[in-house]
Design a protein around this ligand. Structure first.
Ligand code: C2E
Ligand code: MG
Ligand code: MG
Ligand code: MG
Length: 292
């Protein structure tokens, strides 16, 4: 399943990048060069606790900034990076950069508890992933519990799933594990009992359908309930408006992320976001009814 999807994306990717880079280099070589030339960048999207509206952390999202100034979204190159294996060095760069930026924010006095980083199956399976993470944490003297690895259901349970031992080793390091795009995989829920998961991230598709009522509302409410029963944190992805936010808060969801709160932005914008958070907190303390 993943392979087929990957191939389709790969074709799209090739055309698009051949166009972008105006060359006939293979996707592999283009990505390798991009990594060497330091053309990848991270944007960060705030994670917001509810109902207070406090920014408690960020999710790191990679982009490719081509020499001609185009910003290529991850959906256009991550599948190819996974197929070619370049996801391993690229993923390591993402982890190191996100940890370095988080350290800088914390050192600057920001009150943040989470830096979330997406990790793909090939990365998790790659020998040395745990050691790499351990050395990155050491390099920046970062408390492991601030790093939250986002792993999809497919990576946890699908074909070529990550070894359970790796997940336990990551947990033993003190890292946090979140299930990304929860509800979109085809897996059974049994893994939630067996794996050391801390958080479920409700997939954006359920959140965007909340206004149409019915099924999406039932599914979102059920995931929040499941999280509560299993003592897992639950975050709603892709919150874009007040209706969605109100529904989620009313149903007990304690964390959200989405354009309603903030787009992914470059690192330079983050200290200002932290400042906004402080004002929001102060406002919330004076007026308990104030919107986040
Ligand atoms: P994801 O991890 O589920 O990340 C959330 C995606 O939803 C991001 O897209 C984000 O920009 C977008 N998003 C956030 N809020 C909203 C909203 O309110 N409405 C809508 N319509 N979209 C919203 P992005 O940055 O294009 O990333 C897409 C996917 O690429 C990510 O999905 C993740 O699976 C993957 N990805 C991104 N960075 C990395 C990375 O460093 N490593 C790996 N392995 N995968 C990555
Ligand atoms: Mg994610
Ligand atoms: Mg997600
Ligand atoms: Mg998603």
């Amino acid at each position: 399943h993943a392979k087929r999807a990957g191939k389709g994306t790969y074709r799209f990717f090739s055309t698009r990048l051949t166009e972008a880079a105006n060359t006939r280099l293979s996707a592999d070589l283009q990505l390798r060069q991009a990594l060497e030339r330091e053309e990848f960048i991270l944007h960060y999207q705030p994670l917001v606790s509810m109902p207070g509206g406090r920014v408690t952390g960020f999710e790191a999202l990679v982009r490719w900034k081509t020499p001609d100034g185009k910003v290529v979204p991850p959906g256009d190159f991550i599948p190819a990076a996974e197929e070619t294996g370049l996801i391993v060095p690229l993923g390591e760069w993402v982890l190191r950069t996100a940890c370095r930026d988080m350290k800088e924010l914390l050192a600057g006095g920001a009150d943040l508890k989470t830096m979330a980083v997406n990790v793909s199956a090939q990365q998790l399976r790659h020998a040395g992933f745990v050691d790499t993470l351990q050395s990155i944490l050491k390099e920046f003297d970062l408390n492991p519990s601030v790093v939250e690895l986002e792993i999809t259901e497919g990576t946890l349970m699908g074909q070529g799933k990550a070894p359970v031992a790796i997940l336990h080793a990551l947990k033993a390091l003190g890292l946090r594990l979140a299930v990304d795009d929860f509800g979109t995989g085809y897996s059974s829920l049994a893994y939630l009992q067996k794996l050391p998961i801390d958080k479920l991230k409700i997939d954006r598709s359920f959140v965007s359908d909340l206004e149409s009522g019915g099924a999406a509302q039932a599914i979102a409410a059920a995931i929040i309930g499941l999280g509560r029963s299993l003592r897992l944190e639950v975050l709603a992805e892709g919150v874009e408006n007040r209706f969605q936010l109100d529904f989620l808060v009313k149903n007990g969801c304690r964390e959200a992320q989405g354009y309603y709160f903030g787009l992914p932005v470059p690192k330079d914008a983050l200290p200002a976001l932290a400042a906004i958070k402080w004002r929001r907190e102060a406002t919330a303390m004076r007026r308990a009814d104030s919107p986040p």
